[in-house]
Structure formats: C-alpha cells, structure tokens
Design a protein around this ligand. Structure first.
Ligand code: ZN
Length: 296
C-alpha cells in the first residue's frame, strides 16, 4: 500500500476522521537518521501524528509537533506541510530500549513520561497558533489525544503504530484520528470510544493490506462518511544547497575561510533529513563573490 492520507467527515458532520498509511515515510526517516528500533517507532509515530494534524492544511500552511520528554530519546521535532511533505528527527537516534512487559516497543520509555507536547500551526497569519500540554505517557497517540482535547477542545480518539521487522526496517506505519465536531450528538464520544476499543491495532490493519478508507470504515462502523481529501504523504525536506549558502553567508567570510583553512571544507548537515552539504574553497568563494555583487 502506498503512503496516503484520507480525511473524511460523517454525513451528519459530527465526526471528522483521518487515516493514514506512512510506512515508506517511516522507513525513509529510519534510513536517513540511522535510528534504532525504539527511536524508529517514536519518530514514525510522530510523523504519522504530524501528517494527521496537517490534514486540511492549505497552501503554505504547516504544522510542527515538538515532543519534549525527559527520556533518553531527547527532543523529537516533526513537521507536515499542506501537500503531505513530512520531515522530522529525534535528538538521539540510537535510542533502543528493551521491550515493555507486553512485548511492545517502549516508545513511552524512550520519549519519557514527563515533559511537554507542543503543536505550532503556521496558518499564514501574523502569529502562528501555539498550544502545548504535559505528556501523558510519551506514547505519542495518547499525548496527541490529550493535546486535542485540552488545548483545542476537540474530543478525539487517536491510534498510531509502527511495526519494525528484522534488520530494523519498518514493516508498517500508520494512524487513525477521529474528532468530535462541535454540536455533535452527545452519544458520539461514547460511540467512538467503543469503536476504538474494538479497532484492531493500526499496524495489524496496515500489514493486512487495509487502505486508509478501510481503516476508517473499521473505526467508524455504521457511521456513513464522505471523503474530503485524499493525498499522498512522503518524507521530503525543504533544505537545499541555496539555503545552505545562506547559512554560510550568515556565518561570515572570516569564519567560513577559517573552516576551509583548518578542515579543508565546510560541512553542513540538515537536522530534519540528515542531508550533508559539503563545500570546498571554490564553493565558499562563490558564495561570498555572489553575495558581494548583490546590491544593498
Ligand atoms: Zn533537510
């Protein structure tokens, strides 16, 4: 199944629902950052959470999720754009913990159970919208639900999951998000909770070949829905050689030339995607030559 996100609304407008499959996204994140299993699962869940938070964005709008826990993983930052480009990193990609008592990847232990879950929605207004809540468990899904309920006042059911195979690679990654809209009948939250209780694990649905539409059907039961949006999601970064040139220009000619003298090159690595940009003395010279040609 390709990586795709589907957003739908129930016929009566009471429930906004989103399901996504992002196995390729999680695997690319793993390969780029060299994460070990627990870190791979945390980052994969974070990317799915960002994808679902980003559903419905338009134009140049973005959403950034920062999970700042006290566990060995360190801060995790993930971001989604309106066109389904996802990127992100964890501070300590080699974090790998023993499985939990129920033989699950210990994402909560890696993230930490104390800390904060921050969401920044840049909707193109003067100020981005920011909200945060204390971490509930560090498992990401519960934390996202707590965030939506207490910070955005939207009762929500969230399921996210990542399955790691032998040789560390990602076999499945995906999620489901159900949100109760204002004015929904009072029976809806309990109905969704009950459906969530019956819902198979996300990774089980994804490995079983379910599409996001089928995941939504399983999550919503008899509730009829119409699809609002269907879009591919992918790991994609906004870094570029041009932006790196800007960073080096800001560093200043003296500092850049010192690095060339001492190291023989200037190396810049993008935190979000791990891409390395290596510049030699000619590259650095070209940056300052073109910078000085620009009119003030
Ligand atoms: Zn990048």
């Amino acid at each position: 199944m390709e990586d795709v996100l589907v957003r739908a609304i129930s016929a009566d407008g009471a429930v906004l629902a989103c399901a996504t499959i992002a196995t390729g996204v999680a695997e690319e994140a793993r390969a780029r950052h060299g994460t070990l299993a627990t870190a791979t699962a945390a980052l994969g869940r974070g990317l799915v959470a960002a994808a679902m938070l980003g559903s419905g964005l338009k134009g140049r709008q973005t959403v950034m999720l920062r999970v700042l826990g006290d566990g060995p993983l360190g801060p995790m930052i993930v971001e989604s754009t309106a066109n389904g480009a996802l990127r992100g990193y964890v501070t300590n990609p080699k974090t790998d913990l023993p499985p939990t008592a129920s033989r699950k990847l210990d994402v909560g232990g890696a993230v930490g159970r104390r800390g904060t879950f921050h969401v920044t929605r840049d909707l193109g207004l003067r100020e981005p919208y920011q909200g945060s809540v204390p971490l509930v468990s560090g498992e990401i899904g519960e934390d996202l639900a707590a965030y939506l309920v207490s910070s955005e006042q939207v009762p929500s059911v969230v399921a996210v999951g990542v399955l790691i195979g032998p040789h560390q690679s990602v076999l499945a990654s995906g999620g489901v998000l159900l949100q109760v809209m204002p004015g929904a009948p009072s029976s809806i939250p309990a109905y969704l909770e009950e459906r969530a209780r019956l819902l198979p694990a996300v990774t089980q649905m994804v490995t079983g070949g379910a599409s996001p539409d089928e995941m939504l059907r399983q999550a919503l039961g008899t509730l009829p829905v119409s699809v609002l949006e269907r879009r591919p999601v992918r790991f994609a970064c906004r870094c570029s050689a041009q932006k790196v040139a800007g960073v080096i220009a800001a560093l200043g000619r003296g500092e850049a030339e010192r690095l060339i003298r001492e190291e023989g090159r200037v190396e810049v690595q993008c935190r979000f995607c791990g891409e390395r940009y290596v510049l030699d003395s000619d590259d650095v010279e070209a940056i300052f030559a073109s910078a000085s040609e620009e009119p003030d």
